[in-house]
Design a protein around this ligand. Structure first.
Ligand code: CTP
Length: 413
């Protein structure tokens, strides 16, 4: 099933501009989490139409979902509000995605076998859009061979299975079968709705700081958190790219779908980049690479004396400039963190390193923060993306890179 939502470069969330989702709720205690999911989606500008099974209505009321979604809730095949009793067709048309959360063992079994005896199962079969299900059940029900068989069948049929997670269960037991949290399901939906602008391309990204050892316990590093580089890695994955992330030391969760190489020093980062550069279509150097390293790292801890201590620093290789100078370079994007004269310095850097796109930001604004303001400098001129969460900027930036990359490819071929 091919799904190509329209590109939304400027929307605030960077994601789901005017998207329509049908949220199916089946009868499990995790139905209460669906209320929060509706709230998150509606807040993000998504139009949510809720469809509940009869059993779901025993756990949470349609009135709650109606208030949160600001739309009528559907529970019945024979709904007089829809002409010709065609609620199942009406609801499944013009919908970008159907999400069933929670999805009970019974519902998964029905879906896997093509049964359609209520509104939700019928519209799921009548769909023309992708279907995501978030299973929720007791751990033994989840482990049951029939459930596992059904889940495997659904995956083969192209249904996307979200979770479940492991942990405390409503029945008092602990194990696999908990529904993902509303925020996690929301993130998955968001990722799923991204336009696949980089499908089929390999993106190599450096992120975080580098660390240059002085002795076994000390070193030179910088304040880069890695947040922007990791957000770009996620955005590139969501855009359908294969991502290799070469990361200096950070405390951030690695995007699970990326190939990650953890490094410490600039030389280690350089070695990892050299290994992957030839296969890359796009290289994004987000890392705050140390420009110098200590010439001789001491094998033993340096002891304190009353005299001055001189460390000789020698220049590190410039990874971005090296990649950009390859005979067939990937499309290269650099980052310039400056403390003053932002445009002037970033433009000089772009020319010196010979990269088509330089992303500039004020270092004092960006380091460690969750949001940022960035300026893009390329052949077409200079434009600023207003202050926004790094995750949003990353999506906007990836959309822009995809646009430049595809016109670059057209120009070269
Ligand atoms: N960069 C790199 N290797 C280096 C230094 C920088 O790959 N040894 C990359 C960074 O990842 C970034 C870009 O070059 O994409 C600009 O980094 P920055 O540190 O701002 O540039 P420098 O050339 O180091 O200039 P300066 O520190 O003097 O501002």
């Amino acid at each position: 099933m091919v799904y190509t939502p329209t590109l939304c470069f400027s929307c605030e969330s960077g994601v789901t501009d005017s998207k329509r989702i049908v949220l199916g709720i089946t009868g499990g205690i995790a139905a209460y989490k669906a209320a929060e999911l509706v709230r998150l989606l509606v807040k993000d500008g998504v139009e949510v139409r809720v469809v509940m099974t009869q059993a779901a209505c025993g756990f949470i009321t349609p009135a709650t979902l109606q208030a949160l979604s600001n739309k009528p809730v559907f529970t019945d095949m024979w709904d007089a509000r829809v002409s010709d009793n065609m609620a199942h067709i009406e609801l499944s048309r013009g919908t970008d995605l159907i999400v069933v959360a929670p999805a009970t063992a019974d519902f998964l079994a029905k879906l896997a076998n093509g049964l359609a005896d209520d509104l939700l199962s019928t519209l799921s079969i009548a769909r023309e859009c992708p279907l995501l299900v978030a299973p929720a059940m007791n751990r033994q029900m989840w482990d049951n061979k029939a459930t596992q068989r059904n889940v495997a069948q659904l995956a083969r049929d192209g249904v996307v299975i979200l979770g479940p997670a492991s942990g405390d269960q409503a029945c008092g037991e602990v194990g696999m079968g908990r529904m993902l949290e509303a925020q996690q399901i929301f993130n998955e939906i968001n990722s799923f709705l991204q336009p696949k602008l980089l499908a089929g391309s390999n993106v190599l990204i450096t992120a975080g700081p580098t660390f240059e050892a002085i002795d076994p316990v000390r070193g030179i590093t910088n304040r880069s958190s890695g947040k922007m580089g990791y957000a770009i890695a996620r955005a590139a994955l969501d855009a359908g790219a294969k991502v290799t992330l070469v990361s200096g030391p950070t405390n951030i969760d690695v995007p699970s779908a990326a190939h990650v190489e953890r490094v410490e020093s600039t030389n280690e980062m350089f070695t990892a980049v050299k290994k992957h550069a030839n296969a890359a279509d796009i290289f994004i150097g987000v890392a705050a690479v140390a420009d110098y390293r200590v010439e001789k790292t001491s094998k033993q801890k340096i002891k304190k004396t009353n005299r001055d201590l001189n460390l000789k620093l020698v220049p590190n290789p410039d990874i971005l400039a090296w990649v950009a100078a390859l005979p067939k370079p990937p499309f290269c994007v650099g980052f310039a963190a400056e403390s003053q004269k932002l445009h002037e310095y970033a433009d000089a850097k772009r020319r010196r390193k010979k990269v088509p796109l330089m992303v500039a930001n004020l270092a004092q604004d960006a380091i460690g923060a969750d949001d940022n303001e960035i300026t893009l400098l390329d052949d077409s001129g200079i434009q600023t993306l207003p202050r926004a969460p790094k995750t949003v900027l990353a999506r906007q930036l990836v959309a822009y890179i995809a646009k430049l990359y595809s016109s670059d490819k057209t120009r070269i071929s």
